[in-house]
Design a protein around this ligand. Sequence first.
Ligand SMILES: Cc1cc2nc3c(=O)[nH]c(=O)nc-3n(C[C@H](O)[C@H](O)[C@H](O)COP(=O)(O)OP(=O)(O)OC[C@H]3O[C@@H](n4cnc5c(N)ncnc54)[C@H](O)[C@@H]3O)c2cc1C
Length: 496
Amino acid sequence: MAIETHPQGETAGGARAADRLRMLQGWAMVRRAPGYVWRPATVAAIPEVFARARQAHTTIAPRGAGYSYNDAALNSEAIVLDLTALRGITAWDPATGVITVEPGVTIRDLWRTVLPDGWWPPVVPGTMGPTIGGCLAMNVHGKNAWRAGPIGEHVLACDLLTPDGTTRTITPIGDPDLFHAAIGGMGLLGIFTSITLQMRRVRNGRVQTHHFAARDLSEMFAIFARETIPGTRPEADYLVGWVDGFASGASLGRGLVERADFIEEADPASLRLAAQDVPPRIAGIVPRSELWRVMKPMFNDPIMRLANGAQYRRGSAAHAAPVPHAQFHFFHDYMPNWQRAWLPGGLRQFQVFVPRAAAASTFATLLRFAQTADIPPYLVVFKQHRANQSLLAYELDGFSLSLDFHVTARNATRLDTLLHALRRPVMDVGGRFYMAKDDVIDAADFARSLGAERVAAFLAIKQRLDPEKILMSNLGRRILAMEILPTSIGGDSSIE
Ligand SMILES: Cc1cc2nc3c(=O)[nH]c(=O)nc-3n(C[C@H](O)[C@H](O)[C@H](O)COP(=O)(O)OP(=O)(O)OC[C@H]3O[C@@H](n4cnc5c(N)ncnc54)[C@H](O)[C@@H]3O)c2cc1C
């Protein structure tokens, strides 16, 4: 794709100097856009980028590690503020488990700092690559979402730098409205420059895992109910379902449920970092970094059908094994660059959050729609959630289903039609979408799914903090009502 620069007033060192132009993409490799990348080495250098953006009448999208699947950290032909150089651990107190970090510190940096002292992050996503700033901006959740809520519930305080150059230290008690708008605010209200989090005490470096087979969707819900309500055994610490996206008829929604629990027995040796890592080569031969090449030819319907069936059957065998924390949480990372196995088309993930009462019927509808369209999802993940106070909260009291679709030359148009069709059954029952993954919905869908009054309240706060609308991303332009936005700024340049 040709990249156009803006010659008007773009001297060397200007906001949109040609040597800063990079083609950036979302993690799923479907959304792409050229952006002028600024990577400040210190927090103190950020206001200078705001000043240059203002001078050049352009916008800024913050960017962490770029692990959002979509256009959240893209900004077509405008500034992308890369925060990954801000990687300092400012304070760590092993006595209280309170840590203060710069925004570019990753989930990996975080757990590797705290685990040897007997702590673990209270919420982690399925990969350790994301930055803490990016995780706050999307208010990420883990496999304990119904128990622990999203990461925002564990933030004690954070510093928010707004385009006028002001830094506000915000806390859930001191400034609840701004706190709950900025966390989950997609980087559109300010830049998180410092974040203080409470870690969770652990005495053992491993979790005890158990597997269960769910023969259909109703059994999947029944197992979740059994394992999340204290009864004959205590409530699970973590729970996740892997649904076979190919199973149909009476087996629709069958899958494997994985439970994991903290181990209370103290084992200092298991807290060592070496006890968490997997060997860099499989069977001493295949480097993990090359595994995606081995997997790539397997990304087709017949082999994925077999793999999904095999995953379901794993649940039938009795299984109880202690697994290092990192290996349980970050299975994606043990096949580095696994998204490349989906090339050349990439993948599109559709993750929805549906109220408890409507979840079973809605999830069955989504799976049936995909199968009827003859585009079965290769990876389907099921989780339970609770409501939280974030103004733009995607989580609610209910369940989520994420469906990963392989984009091919043959299915690209049909897949787009399918994804648009899948929105309706979700919105009809008051369901919501996850803005770290979604690449389908528009401003009308966003307002309908979240509630127009919530979107209006968010925009009112933005108007107060950022009246010039300097903070903007392709995602923001796509899902917020366009009348508040400057007309001079373009939209997403490509979805290929
Ligand atoms: C394999 C994989 C598994 C995942 N599993 C999960 C999961 O289990 N649960 C879950 O919730 N998510 C999950 N995610 C999504 C991921 O956690 C989020 O997209 C997260 O926001 C990525 O962080 P990042 O640092 O890469 O941010 P980016 O993707 O670069 O940016 C995300 C958003 O944060 C904003 N932003 C970045 N830094 C800042 C800052 N300092 N201040 C203000 N705004 C900022 C950006 O503008 C953008 O809107 C997964 C992603 C992948 C690739």
